[in-house]
Write a protein that binds this ligand. Structure first.
Ligand code: BDR
Ligand code: CA
Length: 312
């Protein structure tokens, strides 16, 4: 089967780490590059974590350093979920890969302009790099096949009652992306809070017996603590947000979704960073995103386990 050419933009982050394992282990993608966003931690740390995870899973692709801060706002990080390093839970991973000299925006532009086929972009952190790229290279927009992202929510937030972290961290960037006209798949909190990983799944990943499975289990054991303490309605599970954006590209039939018109609130006193999703089409505007809101959880876990098995 022909591989899907993608660029991944992420901020590892525990669920970003699992997303990279799924992307590389699935065998479905031709991964042109990984770029890093500042989000779960500072740019220094998310870049270092990306290099470590890719080294651990034996992935040799160009890695480009992204923006240090959101487009117009101060950096917000998510240390209480992901720890001081951004990837707490596994003692020591040596990075054998190095970042390229070009920036993320330059790297994305080079890859897209040199590619004969359209490229899909998979962002799983704040959308700063992607918006900066779209502003700097508007002529390359039509070379993007789709953006499959983790962010937002139809009816809920996790940073404020209505704003999800990735959108909250850089709402202006998110607004540029949602207004771009590029086909978008949005995996927000509605679906990611159903893509839950339980202790039995963590044990399954560890039992695979390879170092990627061990690392996945270590990451998820740390990550689950926040969810057990703060999201009790998930009944001991942890929401595995970021792998959803990759899983949809592998098998969209695993998801339930609806085409909706989505805008990002950039000004609201109570609602800054909220995705305003016209789920019932009350505005009667042309949908700009396929919004996912349910997932076949057991298939999702099987997909992750199968990918981890293929890694070192
Ligand atoms: C998003 O924020 C981060 O904590 C996760 O990596 C995910 O991308 C969920 O709101
Ligand atoms: Ca993330």
């Amino acid at each position: 089967m022909k591989k899907i050419p993608v660029i991944i933009d992420c901020d590892p982050g525990h669920d970003d780490a699992l997303m990279l394992m799924l992307a590389f282990g699935s065998g479905v993608f031709d991964i042109k590059a990984v770029t890093t966003s500042a989000g779960n931690q500072t740019q220094d740390k998310t870049l270092a974590n990306t290099l470590k995870i890719l080294s651990l899973i034996g992935a040799n692709v160009p890695v480009y350093r992204g923006a240090e801060t959101p487009l117009f706002r101060n950096l917000v990080i998510d240390e209480n979920v992901h720890g001081e390093s951004g990837l707490h839970g596994v003692e020591f991973i040596e990075a054998t890969l190095q970042a390229e000299n070009q920036t993320a925006v330059e790297g994305i532009a080079t890859i897209i302009s040199e590619s004969k086929e359209k490229i899909t972009i998979v962002p799983t952190g704040p959308l700063t790099n992607i918006a900066a790229f779209l502003l700097a290279f508007p002529n390359l927009k039509n070379r993007i096949e789709r953006i499959s992202l983790m962010g937002g929510g139809i009816f809920r937030g996790n940073m404020t009652p209505l704003a999800e972290f990735n959108i909250y961290a850089d709402p202006e960037a998110a607004s540029i992306v949602f207004k771009s006209g590029i086909p978008i798949t949005m995996c927000g909190l509605d679906v990611t809070h159903k893509a839950v990983v339980y202790q039995k799944d963590i044990d399954l990943f560890r039992a695979i017996g390879n170092k990627s499975g061990q690392a996945a289990a270590g990451f998820l054991e740390f990550y689950s603590v926040f969810y057990r303490e703060n999201r009790v309605e998930l009944e001991g599970g942890a929401a595995l947000h970021d792998p959803c954006a990759i899983a949809w590209l592998i098998n969209p039939d695993m998801f339930t979704s609806k085409f909706c018109y989505v805008e990002v609130e950039t000004k609201g006193e109570l609602t800054s960073g909220a995705t305003v999703v016209d789920f019932y089409n009350v505005l009667n505007r042309k949908p700009n995103a396929e919004v996912c809101y349910d997932i076949k959880r057991d298939e999702f876990i099987e997909m992750l386990a199968a990918a981890i098995k293929n890694l070192p």
